[in-house]
Design a protein. Structure first.
Length: 307
């Protein structure tokens, strides 16, 4: 193998791992199809649904209905219309930005709508079989460059390392080869291409204002974790220092024992009497006089003797 074919990844401990992702050959595809067939039979035997039965099942369980289907179709059309508008141009930049942000919201709404359907589909007989086929190809096509043999000799070995960062990366690269997946899918979404071109987002596709500060879709300042923030003055804003947390209305909030509350009520003030004087807090810890225990009189029984 050529050095350029060798990829360097990292394991969970930060150690380098060298591997090769090869293009599957006819024998690899044949073995992966056998894995698919075996998994498909097992899935059906265990009661997994076929995809063609999925919609019917969702309706029976009230997980999907005509109203949701109408919403599904509407959002698909709205996303398509927004994409066409951005591609066409010829509108004010401010309006184009609004459409791009609205398009982001539409995609999130769509993901939320189909999340339950996707979770059910992931457990369909076909999806489980597809996973088995792909796992087989990963085991056959991820090679050790020192031996030019598969890194994972069997399913058990692969399963024990499948969560390693380098293995996930290798599987993604193989998926890109097999299915033509775009590694820059998010960047190539119509709204993100527009927002990036006009510097409305940073390199991570996070929304920013004209000064480069992170903001949410409504233009409010946020930190890296998405929490609302503000600055005491223009100098702090410029230097991005001394920020503090605020709520959606821009009011400062602080963390206390029972959660986040407005800073203005963090320190509770005493109540006032009719003369507007602070009322001393009632002390309910006064010692109470313990009740006197009654003594019980013991009675002695006389014993009569008869002569």
């Amino acid at each position: 193998m050529k050095d350029k074919d060798v990829i360097i990844g990292l394991d969970r401990d930060g150690n380098e791992v060298k591997y090769i992702v090869k293009i599957p050959n006819a024998e690899d595809y044949r073995k992966s199809q056998l894995a698919y067939n075996k998994a498909f039979r097992e899935a059906l035997d265990s009661g997994a649904l076929l995809r063609q039965k999925l919609n019917e099942y969702m309706r029976q369980q009230n997980l999907w209905d005509d109203k949701k289907q109408e919403k599904y179709d509407r959002i698909i059309k709205e996303i398509s219309d927004c994409e066409d508008t951005l591609r066409a141009g010829g509108i004010r930049l401010s309006r184009a930005k609004e459409i791009a942000i609205e398009l982001k919201k539409k995609r999130e709404e769509f993901k939320s709508l189909i999340s339950e359907r996707n979770s059910l589909d992931a457990n369909s007989a076909e999806a489980l079989s597809d996973n088995a086929r792909f796992s087989c190809l990963v085991m056959l096509c991820i090679l050790n460059p020192q031996t030019n043999l598969p890194f994972f000799p069997d399913q058990k070995d692969y399963d024990s390392q499948s969560s390693q960062p380098w293995v996930i990366e290798a599987a993604e690269k193989l998926a890109g080869i097999l299915y033509g997946l775009d590694p820059d899918y998010e960047k190539n979404l119509e709204e993100n291409k527009f927002l990036k071109e006009y510097k409305f987002v940073n390199e991570d596709l996070r929304l920013i204002n004209q000064d480069g500060h992170l903001i949410d879709v409504d233009g409010r300042l946020v930190n890296e974790d998405g929490r609302y923030i503000a600055y005491r003055n223009d100098e702090d804003y410029k230097n991005r220092e001394n920020s503090y947390f605020v709520n959606r209305d821009g009011e400062e909030v602080v963390l206390v024992d029972h959660g986040w509350i407005k800073a203005s009520i963090a320190e509770k003030k005493p109540f006032l009497d009719d003369d507007d004087q602070p009322i001393q807090k009632v002390d309910n810890t006064e010692e109470k006089e313990e009740p006197v225990k009654k003594k019980t009189r013991s009675s002695s029984k006389k014993t009569e003797t008869t002569n």
